[in-house]
Design a protein around this ligand. Structure first.
Ligand SMILES: [Zn+2]
Length: 498
């Protein structure tokens, strides 16, 4: 009796000394506060941040702010990273102001006949080599060093404009890697109007250099699209066996922006499960400053898109640094999402924590909301984490629903770069069932201000995100794609499952 009494007294003492929350729900409630959420959002989406545009001084300031917060929570630098950062080789490029291109006695006019997609000012004169589509397989037995590679646009199969542009970029990087002097693509795609292309490339643009030596001073070789709707230019080249081409470009400048992804980690507590990382990610860039609206406001503050997503990741970091989970946590904030998911693309292709150690990517991104009774999870039903996400929402009076907008949102945020690698990667979003006028009132507009959102709703939304995170990070089984998902096989290959 006495011993028992002593024991129970001891346990009461231990209980009251260590006090604090004992389960994931209590731990979530213990750190997520409306005031903290509000403070972060008001800062990141302030006019002072000028819309956090990629390549702007303000986005670098935002990066420092985020790193400071992560550090203050006690999250650690990721070994192999550059402090709390990963530098991203983004290049700000200005368009050509003049140029000339010719081969076989044919002269082409800048913008009317050819567009300079990439490159730098200078004169180029070299041998030509024709490589069908300019894909990896077309380089077999080809001698391209110091030569202009000519190729048809696309791959002869895919006609989707986005795919063609993406492929064009990959071909360019390949030509650069192979030591070619330049890449010229014969353009013949009706789905991509020539004038639109001109507008797309003849403006100050941000480009991601994917090559391993992206930070070196390697020449930025010219990349042209040559208008050739009836394939006459291509035939001319083939039938006359043209040997050389000449090009001059003026006015084109290139400059690395200094942009960076921000990252930190918290090690897991379980000796086995800590080898598995849950990645918490969001983009912190937005679209900067643009045309003014009727009220004279020209700053696109990006509160919903994506100060809120950024702060959900901060919230998770604060919570998990204080109460580590069994699994390890990796927190990543990307730059250049608005320029084409570039910060996340770079990280997925140049990972600091190997992709096969990241078992779940819990991305957070927002266009807007029009329903404060729900959270919308893009890809909710595509992974086995569904029950945890649903349970976490119910705990805070929300309902988790799958995206039903039919807008292909899964492929339009940073999560997709990791999904393609095989990592289960849904995106947590503010509540909407359809992308209607209420959302468009703020989406990519000057009105997306921090005083235009409902913080009572945000508090529930944030707590649901953090609670779901904890349930996933502490679960005995790691989440995976549901069978039959388009990325199911990629996942099995990534993790070497059966
Ligand atoms: Zn956006």
């Amino acid at each position: 009796m006495k011993i028992l009494a002593k024991l129970s007294l001891a346990s009461v003492l231990i209980g009251s000394l260590s006090c604090g929350p004992t389960n994931d729900l209590e731990k979530t409630k213990a750190t997520v506060s409306q005031q903290t959420i509000k403070d972060h959002i008001y800062y990141l989406a302030s006019d002072e941040m000028r819309g956090r545009d990629t390549g702007s001084p303000e986005i670098l300031k935002a990066a420092d702010y985020l790193a400071d917060q992560l550090q203050s929570y006690g999250a650690k630098q990721v070994p192999g990273a550059d402090g709390f950062f990963q530098k991203v080789p983004l290049r700000k490029k200005t368009p050509a102001t003049a140029g000339a291109f010719s081969y076989g006695g044919r002269d082409f006019e800048l913008n009317k006949d050819f567009i300079v997609v990439d490159g730098e000012s200078g004169n180029f004169n070299g041998e030509v080599v024709y490589l069908e589509y300019g894909l990896e397989s077309d380089y077999e037995n080809a001698e391209v060093a110091g030569k202009f590679v000519f190729a048809k646009v696309g791959d002869g199969e895919n006609t989707d404009r986005r795919a063609i542009l993406q492929l064009s970029r990959e071909k360019y990087e390949l030509a650069r890697e192979k030591g070619a002097a330049g890449l010229v693509e014969f353009y013949s795609v009706p789905s991509l109007p020539w004038d639109n292309l001109g507008r797309m490339f003849n403006r100050v643009g941000i480009t991601l250099d994917q090559s391993a030596n992206a930070f070196s001073t390697d020449p930025i070789i010219p990349h042209l699209w040559l208008k050739d709707m009836d394939n006459a230019n291509q035939r001319f080249m083939m039938t006359r066996s043209i040997k050389r081409a000449e090009l001059s470009i003026e006015g084109m400048t290139n400059e690395l922006t200094g942009d960076k992804n921000v990252l930190a980690m918290v090690e897991g507590t379980d000796p086995e499960l800590k080898k598995e990382f849950i990645m918490f990610s969001a983009h912190y860039d937005h679209v900067g400053v643009g045309p003014a609206n009727a009220e004279g406001d020209s700053i696109y503050n990006g509160t919903r898109d994506n100060a809120i997503g950024t702060v959900t990741v901060l919230s998770a970091a604060e919570n998990i640094a204080k109460y580590p989970m069994k699994r390890s946590a990796l927190f990543v904030l990307y730059t250049a999402e608005e320029k084409g998911l570039l910060g996340s693309r770079y990280m997925a292709n140049n990972p600091i924590i190997p992709n096969n150690e990241i078992v779940f990517c819990w991305n957070s991104d927002n266009g807007g909301y029009n329903d404060t009774s729900i959270s919308t999870i893009v890809g909710l039903e595509r992974t086995t984490a569904t029950p945890f996400i649903k349970e976490a929402n119910v705990a805070f009076g929300l309902e988790a629903v799958e995206d039903q907008s039919g807008m292909g949102l899964f492929n339009r945020s940073d999560n997709v770069n990791f999904a393609r690698k095989g990592i289960p990667a849904p995106t947590y979003s503010l509540g909407f069932r359809e992308f209607d006028d209420e959302i468009n009132k703020y989406y990519h507009k000057q009105t997306d201000n921090p005083n235009s959102v409902d913080y009572d709703y945000l508090e529930k939304f944030f707590k649901s995100y953090v609670y779901a995170s904890r349930l996933i990070g502490n679960a005995p089984e790691r989440p995976f794609w549901v069978e039959g998902d388009p990325y199911y096989e990629a996942g099995k290959a990534l993790y070497g499952l059966d």
